[in-house]
Ligand binder design. Structure first.
Ligand code: CA
Ligand code: CA
Length: 225
């Protein structure tokens, strides 16, 4: 059984304090009017360190966490989530990218979630969600059709319907504003092209389990094979 042996250390405390501003994480919280130190960022950093080499987490370790902790399964979307986290685009996550990304991923406001999902669905990073991207993402979600031809036809119909709804300004691509306008009217469309955010239950379970990273706790599920 795998265990994480990262323990609190001064370096992490300092890094955690510098990374906390601007995130949805807390260094302190109040319990019955007593201020208690709650090292949320340190917990996140402990998990990071357990999965990182030379303070960098690679794509496969990150995907492992997405899959095991948050039940994301679509390869293409997991890769995009990684790219959205990887702000400097160097192919690895550093501590800041990890903490800021997790803050939005787990505790993002609705506005942050809209922005996050848009970036994930913008498969080629062009700043728009294209017809090709929608087709690609929806193809995997479709129920198997008897023939390839039927499948293509069904996807095409679906893409047409999507664009009728989401391409608000009818210019043939979904802009951030098109996406925001549509999702604000119909919240369920936030993850219209596939799961890329964790569910409430997964967030609760993850956050409950996270403090175990600060001790010799067992976090088997988040350990890569
Ligand atoms: Ca990076
Ligand atoms: Ca448009």
């Amino acid at each position: 059984m795998a265990t994480i042996t990262s323990k609190p250390n001064k370096k992490n405390t300092k890094t955690a304090e510098s990374l906390q501003p601007g995130t949805h994480y807390f260094n302190f919280y109040c319990y019955r009017n007593i201020s208690v130190k709650k090292d949320e960022v340190e917990n996140l950093l402990a998990l990071f360190e357990a999965n990182a080499k030379n303070e960098k987490m690679d794509r496969s370790k990150f995907r492992d966490i997405l899959y095991k902790q948050f039940e994301l399964t679509e390869d293409i979307l997991m890769d995009r989530v990684f790219k959205v986290f990887d702000e400097d685009n160097d192919g690895n996550l550093n501590m800041k990218e990890w903490v800021c990304g997790m803050s939005k991923f787990l505790r993002g406001t609705f506005k942050e979630q809209i922005d996050f999902c848009f970036k994930v669905y913008d498969l080629n990073g062009s700043g728009y969600i294209t017809r090709e991207a929608v087709q690609h993402m929806l193809k995997d979600c479709m129920v198997k059709s008897p023939t390839e031809e039927d499948a293509d036809e069904n996807v095409k119909d679906l893409v047409d319907q999507v664009f009728k709804k989401m391409d608000v300004d009818h210019d043939g691509k979904i802009s951030p504003l098109d996406f925001k306008t549509t999702v604000e009217n119909e919240k369920l469309l936030l993850e219209a092209f596939g799961k890329c955010l964790p569910g409430e239950k997964e967030v609760t379970m993850f956050e409950r389990m996270l403090p175990a990273c600060q001790t010799d706790g067992d976090l088997t599920k988040s350990q890569p094979h």
